[in-house]
Design a protein around this ligand. Structure first.
Ligand code: BES
Ligand code: ZN
Length: 980
């Protein structure tokens, strides 16, 4: 491996680097802060600056100079970008204002910089809103009141536990772990021993570390010389998942000691920790698979450890296994030695310094294909019957790995990278260093059954997790409140890399949809700032140093100031534009669905620094994009000449909604006359904005419908997708509100607009990727709503498929439409379920499951949800998707909610309260409610549950969404009666 010079990279102050290239261990500057951790338990989500683990060498030079931070963080992300656009580096003038306050002619640099800032900002903001908000705290989002226990914490044996805080003390830091594990895939238990070399920062008698659900049988401490291993008393405090190993004598500053712990436990039956998975092999024999998922706080349930991201250490892992199985871990295998009859031990090379949440191992019977690139061996693993579906992932991973290495100018530091398809995984994928785990549907690609959409999502997930090998693994956020540093940048790089290497996939369209989705969440009162726990401006600055590469520029744009306004404030702005001749007045206010009187004053004080972009009729190509920084409540832009029309937020590169007032009419006319004067993204943006404004009551629904009247001329995927999305939202609400007649009138309107487009679709996989995606969407919509004879064609295809006993191959892009139509009949449904059980393609199975969940037969729907919860016939990982589909349909939406209520305890046990899955389940199962009775029902259900449940952020969001739905209906129902 090629080491990088030790002075090459410095990091934002709130990120820690892997110090593998240092001679000395990381200096942890915690000693300066005697009161390291906040006392209040409810503050544990956020760690103030004082507890920062500092980067290498900090003891010698405190990084209190902003400039240092800029340069350091820029190295990893920005500089490599800047290196490639040297024109950006020199003489960068970002917003060149003319004397009248408007921008002078657009400069490419201006736009590049604006776009980069905005895209990164949007990526970050969006990721935060789409990420689970409570996942990264052990307790979820509730506030607990354990004051008494915290002052006098009692260990399980009744003795005083010597540590009261949730964060570990700073006086002992781990340097190295020797971990030996012996999982037994017959008894489904495991035993283990761990030797942790620790360094003493402050003299102490105790070593406090994490352990959860482990039966610890023995603890010893050995001093540096290693000669005197002494038995040590240990205390357990399960409330904080902590144990304290009590030293027989004082542990001296600067010395190393080895803590040795022996323990046993059960393989978990949740999706966290070291967990078991049952699956059927090619002979339909039940087999077991064991894998890990440690992020964020589950490493402690596999081995006692210092389970906080800043406590990086090296790991030497040994796993004893049945000689017929194989094991994998973060590092390559070093040796395999016999242990007893039929049992061998695999030993892996010592890892780089890494956080515990990135440790991983897998014990299973897997097969792989591999390829060498830049001194690293990339392999994709799957169970044997899936080996024929791993080639696309291997090709894609190699391309992406090479791209990232060149882009970051930092080699991937391990000698191998394994990507493993896990038969049951709660999340889509997990970036464990050197051993990335994926849901099978997120990694496997089968040319017969994977659609254009599937190809895109497999590529995106790989791009995301590979980006984490740098962002997250090599440099890591110090504490979970800065999770956005990991996920935000991985998401940004995911889209960036995809556009660079796979332009044919048009991932920018997905990015657009991601922004629309984030805005929906962010417009609720229950939304929160990107970093809600951060309070002082200093801390905010720290975070945004990662973007500071722009600041080397000598332009006038103050990026730090700009970013602050987006990060400390929740929500986003609504920009209202009024045009009078050459004069454009712009004003900003907070965009909110529901204006609550008590928030009126604070909402009014919101102010963003918005880099506005606009195009006009006089020049509407990308190179003509103008920019204006709106950093006041209102401003005037004077155009050089009068124009016919003006369109803001070019290609939706900004995170704001625009209200054109009277000028909507002009834009509506423009779309009617010459819609191609605007880009497809701009058209999608207008559709999105006007429907949002209609929901808010700021614009009439009539105008919104008028705007989409041009759609029969539309052929681009982005605006069609957006229109269909907005119309489906309305249709779904009307249907559930019992307004069937109105709903069917709306469907006629949709047919009038999109009918021809639907009829033009072929039932094949032909065409460019974007067209193929559009076809999938239109036909699935048509078959779901039984319009345009979709079901006739689809049913014919389904019957042919049934008659061939599932052997003929269906075009992958229309497969979902075909299955949806087929599943409408009872026989078709039964056949589909049979084929589901025997299919070896995850891509095919996920289309089947969606079709099965779209039946109108309520007994079948209940059966599906129950069976998915049990996990035998249908994997539990599918449950949230099943609930999502069931809760959209008229026969299913009440069933889904009942199911969630009845099984709440089981659901939260399996998926953990606050997890992304639980958030999705809450959101989907309540999303269709639009009555006061339902509002009360949802409120009282969660109030009847634990405080943890009722305080969940997603519960507040769900309640607000129902309130919004009620308000939407009150505002627009009469208008719809008139309009349709
Ligand atoms: N680190 C996450 C996985 C994760 C999420 C672990 C939540 C623990 C809690 C991973 O990098 C990720 O973001 N996975 C995404 C897929 C990705 C393409 C956005 C997922 O699982 O949905
Ligand atoms: Zn991620």
């Amino acid at each position: 491996m090629q080491p990088f010079p030790s002075d090459q990279i410095q990091l934002p102050r709130n990120m820690i680097e892997n110090s593998m290239f240092e001679e000395e261990p990381d200096v942890v500057d915690l000693a300066k802060e005697p009161c390291l951790h906040p006392l209040e338990p409810d503050e544990v989500e956020y760690e103030p600056r004082s507890s920062r683990l500092l980067v290498r060498g900090l003891g010698e030079h405190e990084m209190d100079d902003d400039e240092e931070d800029y340069e350091s963080s820029a190295k990893l992300l920005g500089m490599s970008f800047m290196n490639r656009s040297s024109s950006l580096r020199n003489n960068m003038s970002v917003y060149r204002q003319s004397s009248n306050g408007s921008c002078s002619l657009p400069s490419t640099r201006t736009m590049v910089v604006c776009t980069v800032i905005l895209v990164i900002a949007v990526a970050l903001i969006m990721v935060i809103y789409l990420l689970p908000k409570c996942t990264f705290t052990k307790e979820g989002c509730h506030k607990r009141n354990h004051t008494i226990e915290l002052i006098y914490p009692l260990a399980t044996n009744g003795k005083l536990f010597p540590w009261a805080k949730i964060r570990l003390p700073s006086d002992v830091v781990p340097l190295h772990y020797d971990l030996v594990l012996q999982p037994n895939l017959t008894t489904l238990k495991f035993s283990g021993s761990v030797k942790i070399v620790v360094n003493i920062i402050h003299v102490t008698w105790k070593i406090v570390l994490h352990s959860s659900g482990l039966n610890i049988t023995k603890a010893t401490i050995t001093s540096a010389g290693g000669h005197q291993e002494k038995l040590a008393e240990f205390l357990e405090y399960p409330l904080h998942d902590q144990i304290a190993v009590m030293a027989p004598e004082a542990l001296l500053v600067g010395q190393n000691y080895t803590v040795n712990l022996a323990y046993s436990s059960k393989l978990s039956d949740t999706y966290y920790g070291f967990y078991k998975i049952s699956y059927k092999d090619e002979n339909l024999k039940q087999r077991w698979f064991a894998a890990t998922q440690f992020e964020p706080v589950a490493a402690r349930s596999a081995f006692p450890c210092f389970d906080e991201p800043a406590f990086k250490a090296t790991f030497l892992i040994k796993i004893k296994r049945d000689e017929k199985l194989s094991t994998m871990s973060n590092m390559p295998k070093k040796a395999t030695t016999p242990v007893t009859n039929g049992i061998v031990q695999d030993e892996f090379f010592v890892s780089l310094k890494m956080s515990t949440y990135l440790v991983a191992f897998v014990v299973a019977d897997l097969k792989n294909i591999s390829r060498e690139t830049n001194e690293s061996l990339v392999s994709v693993y799957a169970i044997p019957q899936h080996l024929n579906q791993v080639e696309y992932a291997l090709n894609t991973s190699v391309k992406l790995l090479e791209f990232y290495q060149n882009y970051f100018l930092i080699n991937y530091p391990l000698e191998k990278l394994d990507l493993v398809a896990i038969p049951d995984l709660q999340s889509g994928a997990m970036e464990n260093w050197g051993l990335i785990t994926f849901r099978e549907s997120a990694l496997l690609f089968d040319s017969h059954t994977s659609s254009a959409r599937d190809k895109k999502s497999v590529t995106a997930v790989i791009a995301h997790e590979l980006a984490h090998q740098w962002f997250g693994n090599l440099v890591t956020m110090e504490w979970w409140n800065d999770l956005w540093l990991n996920e935000g940048f991985a998401t940004f790089m995911e889209y960036f890399a995809m556009e660079e290497i796979f332009p044919e996939l048009h991932s920018d369209e997905d990015f657009l949809n991601l922004i629309f989705k984030a805005m929906m969440k962010d417009s609720l009162n229950s939304s929160h700032p990107v970093s809600s726990a951060v309070q002082s401006s200093e801390q905010i600055e720290e975070m945004f140093d990662a973007l500071s590469y722009i600041k080397i520029t000598n332009g006038t744009l103050d990026v730090k100031k700009l970013m602050k306004t987006w990060i400390v404030q929740k929500g986003f702005p609504l920009v209202t534009v009024v045009r009078k001749g050459k004069i454009i007045s712009v004003k900003q206010e907070k965009y909110l669905y529901l204006v609550e009187p008590e928030n009126w004053t604070s909402d009014a004080s919101y102010l963003w620094h918005i880099p506005l972009t606009y195009i006009t009729s006089s020049c509407n190509f990308t190179h003509c994009t103008n920019a204006y920084l709106l950093d006041q409540k209102s401003a005037i832009i004077e155009l050089p000449e009068e124009v016919e029309w003006i369109k803001f937020n070019v290609d939706m590169n900004g995170y704001y909604i625009v209200h054109y007032g009277e000028d909507w009419k002009t834009l509506i006319d423009l779309l009617k006359k010459k819609h191609t004067a605007l880009s497809p993204k701009d058209r999608a943006n207008l559709i999105n904005n006007i429907f949002n404004l209609a929901g808010l009551g700021k614009e009439s629904l009539e105008k919104a419908f008028e705007l989409i009247d041009y759609l029969n001329k539309e052929s681009s995927t982005a605006p069609l997708t957006q229109a269909l999305f907005q119309l489906s939202l309305i249709y779904n609400l009307l249907e559930k509100k019992g307004e069937q007649q109105l709903a069917s009138r709306l469907m006629h309107r949709i047919e009038r607009l999109l009918g021809d487009k639907i009829d033009q679709q072929s039932w094949t996989d032909d065409g460019a990727l974007s067209q193929r995606e559009l076809r999938s969407m239109l036909l699935a919509f048509a078959c779901t709503h039984d319009i345009r004879n979709c079901r006739t064609t689809a049913t014919e295809m389904f019957e042919k498929w049934v008659n061939s006993n599932g052997t003929i191959s269906l075009p992958s892009d229309v497969m979902k439409a075909v299955f949806t139509a087929g599943a409408k009949s009872s026989d078709g449904w039964d056949f589909l379920l049979k084929m589901y059980s025997s299919s070896v393609s995850e891509a095919e199975k996920s289309k089947m499951i969606e079709a099965l969940a779209s039946t109108d037969d309520v007994r079948k729907l209940i059966w599906l949800m129950q069976n998915s919860l049990e996990g035998e016939v249908i994997r539990t990982q599918e449950l949230s998707h099943i609930i999502a589909t069931v809760s959209q349909s008229l026969p299913g939406y009440l069933l889904a909610w009942d199911f969630v209520k009845e099984n709440w305890e089981k659901l939260t046990q399996k998926f953990h309260l606050g997890s992304y899955t639980i958030q999705n389940i809450i959101s989907w199962s309540t999303s269709q409610f639009a009555t006061k009775a339902h509002l009360m029902e949802v409120k009282s259900f969660f109030e009847s549950k634990s405080e943890q449940s009722s305080q969940l952020h997603s519960v507040k969001e769900a309640i607000e969404t129902i309130q919004f739905n009620i308000q939407w209906m009150e505002r627009n129902l009469a208008m719809l009666q008139e309009l349709l």
